[in-house]
Design a protein around this ligand. Sequence first.
Ligand code: GLN
Length: 480
Amino acid sequence: QHYISNIEERNAEVNAVVSIDKDGALSRAKEIQERIDDGTAGNLAGMVIGIKDLICERDKQATCASNILSNFESVYDATVVERLREDDAILLGRLNMDEFAMGSSTENTIYGPTKNPVNTDKVAGGSSGGSAAAVAADFCTASLGSDTGGSIRQPASYCGVVGLKPTYGRVSRHGLIAFASSFDCIGPLTHSVKDAAILLETIAGADPNDNTSSSRTVPNYRQFAEEPDSNIRIGVPEEYFGEGLDNEIKEGIQAKLDELEQNGAELVPIHLPHMKYGIATYYILATAEASSNLARYDGIRYGHRADIKDVEKDLKLEREAITEQIKQAKGDEKVELSAKLEDMDSALIRLYKKSRTEGFGDEVKRRIMLGTYVLSAGYYDAYYAKAQKVRRLIKEDFTKAFEDVDVIVSPTAPSTAFDLGTNQDNPVQMYLNDIYTTSANLAGICGLSVPAGTHSNGLPYGMQFMADTFEEGKLFNAGR
Ligand code: GLN
């Protein structure tokens, strides 16, 4: 009831929640209360969780904030949702996002932008902006988001909450609508490091429905957050604190590092020389995978379908017009027109094109075009194949660094939340927001953003810890 009234009071302004299941949540709360009373409740009893609108919940919409899925309801629960239910979480609402998780501001959405609860002239970050804002505005105890290149950590930084991108394969992707399958990770956004640890413990683990999920045992993550050990080695990569980083953020993180050092941590200067290729590599590979993943939205099997009657009518009229022109034409012109008539797309292909034209927003179309281009014959070796090689080099930088340090520290994003609307016409500027986050996805390692301070502009900013694959415990330890 507490969260429902917060949503009713403030969601009209913040726009983090896109649909809410009040009755379902309240009756579930009653049911769980009974289990709490007789001592049989699960680990998450009392936690109210919001879900990014690309993780499937049975009988609920999963729109990806896209017209193409605006009528889509899932017939099954994602594995993470199943696990949340088993542990007695209450699922209250579906959360706003950038369309198909493509973006850094939650402005590419059919629902209108999510606003930053700390200052509603600012973006909440993205693509899990709804998930970060919902936690910051106290619309739920915690939320789930997805992180392909920073989409959990960057909005967490902008909204002043904790955001975890687990190791690739730590959490099942079954029921997560795909953006870039070799990058996508589901993770929690929370008020505290401990809550993130508790949630990871619930959602992590092997799943026969996702053969990239790891069968490694799930540790007691909570213990790392409850009994932090300050005797750790923290790698400080020079490349992450250079040009482009807001000076106050840089100084603020330095102050936190000094505190950690006073408490027993050792700061180790390190180098990650290929970091500078992170953004380029990410935007080649992620768009390539996206163009392939999004080919399934054809308006035939499911999703938005353009009106076939309109398509057939237009086709008929065009055919008649050309046939008429052919009658009047002579010589070359006649040959050309006849060829044009011959080459016209069938009604079915036109339906497919029109459905996708109407269904996808500009940024998604841009990614499909970029991704199709880098995969095309003649360009594949120059872009896609080369980017795969650079991905390996970035991964090797980290492997080497983690021989000497427990965690690596960096800013989460180069600035605090920017004004709504400012980067909308400049996709490259928008992509540069991901400069500190994409490397972890390229390498498959884990990353955690924790609030690090408040800027003189009044906005929060985060700092990021990264750890080697399956070392989330070290993140909770350092983050705490
Ligand atoms: N901002 C990045 C992008 O637009 C990351 C998105 C994500 O992690 N889902 O691709």
